[in-house]
Design a protein around this ligand. Structure first.
Ligand SMILES: *Cc1c(COP(=O)(O)O)cnc(C)c1O
Length: 383
């Protein structure tokens, strides 16, 4: 009997410690982690620099509240703004909360422009979180099922379809478009090369906010610090979370100067948001990504993955989609029970929408890729 609500269905295993790309159960069995706690543990488990930053900060000061200055928050915000070419940051505790902040800024933007029925365009099969606003934004009926009434301002358009967006250019109520640069939860769906550039252009022409949800793609996951860098654009609002704290709960909403002042005093807040503990971890994450040349590693290992993945039996594979260390192997058969079968083989993977999704730690080496390929080869033979 469990005292937990039954909304998850965890596999029958629990891990007791982790090191680098590996996790260990109570019998000291070793598992290769190709999921990083859903894209979170970018520097692997128990990275000494992150552990030290957290321990040192915990001994010093964990939390004070946003009623007082938090120097570490200022430091982290400056780093993030310089990396993303944006101007102001609001700190939250999760991806959904970072998106909530972005949605609230859109409301304030609508209010300023006297639009009383604002519309935000979001993509079919996207994912933005599980709070009421973000599940309303999420273009997936499974996430929304039984939660009516949803927030009515979100209209779903097809991802990677510019014509679908252009249908709304003469609708005066549209205030924003919110997209993932690569759809993660739906199985690593990568749009055409010029898609985001054209979305940026449409937003400029129509005075719409361009909101990019990089909760999964951000923090070096795709081989750049942020996936939007591939398109030579900057969004008006950028949300990040997963990899930012390498395991401590932190989300951030970065905003262009033109819109950041909409968040005037008392329009938004969070008790925990950006407290000294999580900021010290996130600063250590960003410093370590730089000092250990993590982005270079992501690109090197990504290329190696692309080569080695070709050695898999292609008859069961419909499409392979890779950007950095965000990897989708779409099968032409249903990968049922594959997460459990993989666990039996001592590797952690995810399946979504007939796709094997891998989000390995960004410190992955060639040795780890070789293990993954041989295990997946064995696993898909069983299907
Ligand atoms: C995971 C995810 C979220 C939600 O993040 P939480 O921290 O679970 O609230 C939002 N958007 C994207 C793209 C995600 O991958």
């Amino acid at each position: 009997m469990s005292y937990l609500t039954p909304n998850y269905s965890p596999l029958n295993i629990s891990f007791v410690h982790g090191s680098g790309c590996y996790l260990f159960d109570k019998n000291d069995n070793k598992y290769l982690d190709c999921l990083s706690g859903v894209g979170v543990m970018v520097l692997g488990h128990s990275h000494p620099k992150i552990v030290n930053a957290i321990c040192k900060q915990a001994k010093n000061l964990i939390h004070t509240s946003n009623w007082y200055h938090i120097d570490l928050q200022e430091q982290l915000a400056e780093k993030l703004c310089k990396l993303a070419n944006l101007n102001k940051v609001f700190f939250a505790n999760s991806g959904a909360e970072a998106n909530e902040a972005a949605i609230k800024v859109s409301r304030l933007f609508a209010n300023k422009n006297n639009i009383s029925n604002p519309i935000i365009l979001t993509a079919n099969n996207g994912f933005h979180g599980r709070t009421m606003a973000t599940l309303s934004a999420t273009g997936n009926k499974k996430v929304q099922n039984k939660f009516d009434p949803l927030m009515s301002e979100f209209i779903n358009i097809d991802f990677n379809d510019l014509a679908a967006i252009k249908q709304y250019t003469n609708n005066p109520n549209v205030v924003a478009i919110m997209l993932e640069p690569i759809q993660g939860e739906h199985g690593v769906i990568i749009p055409n090369d010029n898609y985001l550039q054209n979305v940026r252009k449409i937003c400029n022409e129509n005075n719409w906010l361009m909101i990019l949800d990089e909760v999964q793609t951000g923090i070096a996951r795709t081989g750049k610090m942020f996936a939007f860098e591939y398109s030579n654009i900057t969004p008006d609002i950028l949300t990040i979370a997963k990899g930012l704290g390498c395991g401590v709960p932190i989300g951030a909403c970065l905003i262009d100067e033109k819109y950041s002042n909409l968040l005037t005093i008392n329009t938004h807040g969070s008790t925990f948001g950006g407290n000294p503990l999580v900021c010290s971890a996130a600063i250590a994450v960003l410093n370590t990504i730089e000092s250990e040349k993590i982005i270079e590693n992501v690109n090197l290992i990504s290329d190696y993955f692309k080569n080695q993945i070709q050695t898999l039996d292609q008859s069961k594979i419909k499409q392979i989609r890779i950007k950095g260390l965000m990897i989708g192997i779409e099968l032409n058969i249903e990968p049922k029970d594959l997460m459990q079968l993989a666990l039996d083989e001592k590797i952690l993977i995810n399946t979504t929408n007939n796709t094997i999704r891998l989000l390995p730690p960004l410190i992955f080496g060639k040795k780890e890729v070789d293990i993954v390929i041989s295990k997946i080869s064995k696993l898909i033979k069983k299907l």
